[in-house]
Write a protein that binds this ligand. Structure first.
Ligand code: APR
Length: 275
């Protein structure tokens, strides 16, 4: 029974001094942010998200990749944290120490009130120069308005970096130039084949190795090195609790598996902790 499992998870959490919440795309799914492995839709349906999220893709076609990330950033401005994010923020007030580690590049944990979540895969809101790495401030005006109807815009010629038109294959936007060196500004996210931000990774590994309980939420546990985080916690003796409607490789690691969505399971867990 799911109710019993929530109660078991609450009992484990009640005894914990240090808790880590480790989140993936699943926690933002109920806010309307597609998970990385969902097929792309609309303008981007011909593309594979994993093929766009590489340094090679940016080198080959910076305007296509920048356009995709700007589109994602615009989508995010329209969605809100869901009860799953809210419950993670509330959990901070119910346990002595809470560290939030996320693989998500959205800002929904922050907007729900979690303080300084560690972004292992970077952030859509921290672009930087692809040459000198200087942080860049990007005005939202560089984002082509998604409200503008594709049919009312002239289609750009193949390879065009026009911001005005919409190509069949997606919306290209020329990346801005770095104010310091003139290089192309790139999204502040970690692409496939790139190293994770050292500081965030070190802090995350330390928190995982020192925690009593790790709550893993909405992650497939397939993408390394981030997927090591729950495994490190378990190796150092933490109890792992998992929230995921689907089976994952972390099922066998977890002492409690809550096969529910994050927006169902996490508020129920917070409520059980408060009672
Ligand atoms: N609540 C909880 N979990 C959910 C929900 C939900 N409402 N909806 C989907 N899930 C689960 C899915 O069952 C799946 O296991 O979320 C997981 C999402 O898996 P992925 O798409 O693989 O996302 P994630 O684990 O975050 O991927 C890790 O890989 O693609 C890269 O950089 C990208 O940060 C991402 C990383």
């Amino acid at each position: 029974m799911e109710v019993d499992r929530i109660r078991d998870a609450a009992t484990i959490l009640r005894q914990a001094k240090r808790v880590v919440v480790f989140t993936g795309a699943g926690i933002s799914a109920e806010s309307g942010v597609p998970t990385f492995r969902d097929a792309l839709t609309g303008l981007w349906e011909r593309f594979d998200a994993q093929a766009l999220a590489t340094p090679q893709a940016f080198a080959d076609d910076p305007a296509l990749v920048w356009g995709w990330y700007e589109w994602r950033r615009t989508q995010l401005l329209r969605v809100r944290p869901n009860p799953g994010h809210d419950a993670v923020a509330a959990l901070a007030g119910l346990v002595p120490t809470l560290t939030v580690i996320t693989q998500n590049v959205d800002d929904l944990h922050e907007r729900a009130g979690s303080v300084d979540p560690l972004h292992l895969h970077g952030s859509l809101f921290a672009p930087r120069c692809s040459v000198c790495a200087a942080p860049a401030i990007v005005e939202s005006s560089t984002v082509t308005s998604p409200e503008s109807s594709p049919s009312s815009s002239p289609a750009p010629s193949p390879g065009s970096s026009s911001t005005a038109g919409v190509a069949d294959e997606g919306r290209r936007i020329t990346p801005p130039s770095c104010e310091r060196c003139g290089g192309a500004v790139r999204p502040g996210v970690v692409w496939f084949g790139e190293a994770l931000p050292e500081d965030a990774l070190e802090t995350a590994v330390l928190a995982a190795s020192e925690c009593d309980v790790l709550l893993t939420v909405g992650t497939s546990g397939l993408v390394y090195p981030a997927a090591e985080i729950p495994r490190v916690a378990a190796r150092f003796g933490a109890a792992v609790i998992q929230v995921n409607p689907q089976a994952t490789p972390l099922d066998t690691l977890a002492v409690v598996n809550l096969h529910q969505s994050a927006a169902q399971a996490l508020p129920a867990l917070v409520e059980a902790l408060q009672s």
